[in-house]
Ligand binder design. Structure first.
Ligand code: ZZB
Length: 264
């Protein structure tokens, strides 16, 4: 499985990390680089374990231990002395990342924040998920949960200003198919239709994701950015290449099952 790793730059590095001027990025694995125009926040698993890892380029990546090992095999991360594993500078829980201000590539907001998501799998991607509520049902419902549930916000130390001001961005359009008129963001409509109550409703969200994914890829037309007016299927790869060229993303591969140790 090939993902694009999106680099979300931490705009204020916590003093406790003791990193001074080193650039630090939360890295999110995505299959939808063309939707990065619609980012509104980033998600982590509050009880998940994350680490700070130094890259060969001298930057710091924040991601799960498992993905760091993959990145090490892919020659992205520096290795620990006398070992065949990446060097972890510090371990952190997801909860400790909540609230961090980030700068995200192509994003229409200059600053977005880290919020908790309870359904993140630590055994897929990096455990960091960038959020595009227009085209990802999980992201739409989870952001809505934080906006509307004051008791959850209190419990997880989420401030209103990290979620309430951030709106769905209409990054794609869809041609009307005769009866329907042209429409925009697909995730909110599908979620409302399916009456999804919270982002803990995993089965309903999996069905919604499938529907929205197909629609976005096969009938989506870019509504913003350098490729406005062109079909998603035609420009997805170019948008990925542009991000990689600018140093704002990189290719990342995930083994089908578990990581196999490198021999010799
Ligand atoms: C931005 C984005 C925009 C995404 C969209 C989806 C959609 P898959 O097919 O299951 O591999 N994701 C990445 N890592 C995790 C994780 N550890 N736990 C939970 N979710 C994760 O799905 C890959 C997608 O799932 C990734 O692409 C990421 O969200 C999320 F408009 O990134 B995506 C209809 C989907 N739309």
């Amino acid at each position: 499985q090939e993902y694009t790793l999106i680099k979300l730059r931490v705009k204020e590095i916590p003093e406790a990390w003791d990193l001074e001027d080193t650039p630090v990025f939360l890295v999110a694995a995505t299959l939808r680089p063309e939707t990065m125009y619609g980012q509104t926040n980033c998600f982590v698993l509050p009880e998940g374990q994350y680490g700070l890892f130094r890259t060969k380029e001298g930057e710091i990546f924040v991601c799960s231990q498992r993905s760091a090992l993959n990145m090490y095999y892919q020659d992205i991360l520096e290795e620990k002395e006398n070992s065949t594993s990446p060097r972890c500078l510090m371990s952190l829980s997801g909860q400790e990342l909540v609230g961090l201000p980030l700068e995200a590539p192509l994003c229409q907001y200059s600053t977005i924040h880290v919020l908790p998501m309870f359904t993140i799998s630590m055994s897929k991607g990096t455990g960091v998920v960038t959020s595009v509520p227009a085209e990802a049902p999980d992201d739409y419902i989870c952001l809505r949960d934080w906006k509307t549930r004051a008791n959850w916000r209190d419990q997880y130390n989420v401030k209103e200003e990290w979620c309430v001001p951030f709106e769905v961005q209409e990054i794609l359009t869809f041609d009307g198919d005769g009866e329907d008129e042209a429409s925009f963001a697909s995730a909110p409509a599908v979620c409302e239709q399916m009456k999804i109550g919270s982002h803990r409703e995993k089965d309903k969200l999996a069905a919604a994701k499938k529907e929205v994914y197909q629609k976005g890829f096969y009938s989506g037309i870019m509504n913003v950015g350098a490729y406005k007016g062109q079909k998603v299927a035609d420009v997805k790869a170019k948008i990925k290449e542009d991000l990689i060229e600018k140093g704002e993303a990189l290719a990342y591969f995930e083994p089908e099952s578990k990581v196999v140790a490198r021999s010799g």
